[in-house]
Design a protein around this ligand. Structure first.
Ligand SMILES: Nc1ncnc2c1ncn2[C@@H]1O[C@H](COP(=O)(O)OP(=O)(O)OP(=O)(O)O)[C@@H](O)[C@H]1O
Ligand SMILES: [Mg+2]
Length: 165
């Protein structure tokens, strides 16, 4: 978990561009050795609804998910990032999907991984706060983050954010 996020820093709520935030998270990570052998495929819908929130906090969520994927893939494999526009009962949402080609989440852990301090990483490597903090950020934006395993593929994290009205 990166240290950039702190509850002490007041969050800035502005109109943000989800696709640009994906790109800025990738820019931060692309020079990290851990990402040199990862293939990242993006399918970003250029016509997304407006979202209100703090771009640096959303960027932090994307960075957490990408570092988790790199850890699961041991730095070699694929991550697919997709952004979509969803309409449900007349309301508009942005859906962002991060799917990796790693081993997935063991079934027994699927309900636990968002708990603070839950980690399967060796001591000194993970604190187990990445997903707990990420869920907090998404909930503050009125959204939700869920996970499932894609059969014969890897873990798939889905973020659902409501349009700013
Ligand atoms: N993409 C993934 N594939 C497989 N397992 C994952 C994936 N993402 C998360 N996990 C599991 O969920 C656990 C919790 O993740 P979380 O990001 O909250 O903490 P962490 O990565 O262990 O530590 P930190 O993020 O604080 O450095 C991980 O230790 C790992 O077991
Ligand atoms: Mg993590």
């Amino acid at each position: 978990m990166l240290l950039g996020y702190s509850r002490a820093i007041p969050s800035e709520k502005v109109d943000l561009d989800v696709n640009k935030t994906v790109e800025s998270a990738l820019n931060i990570l692309q020079n990290q050795a851990r990402f040199y052998n990862m293939v990242i495929e993006k399918e970003l819908n250029p016509d997304l609804p407006r979202i209100a929130g703090d771009p640096s906090q959303l960027e932090q969520v994307f960075i957490n998910l990408l570092i988790n994927a790199a850890d699961a893939l041991d730095g070699k494999g694929k991550v697919f990032i997709k952004s979509k526009r969803i309409t449900e009962g007349g309301d508009h949402y942005v859906e962002i999907d991060f799917t990796d080609s790693g081993p997935g989440i063991p079934e027994g852990h699927i309900d636990t991984i968002f708990e603070p301090f839950f980690t399967t990483k060796p001591e000194g490597k993970g604190t187990g706060l990445g997903l707990a903090v990420s869920r907090g950020i998404i909930q503050k934006m009125g959204g939700r983050i869920t996970v499932r395993n894609k059969p014969n593929f890897g873990a798939s994290f889905l973020i659902h954010l409501p349009m700013f009205k």
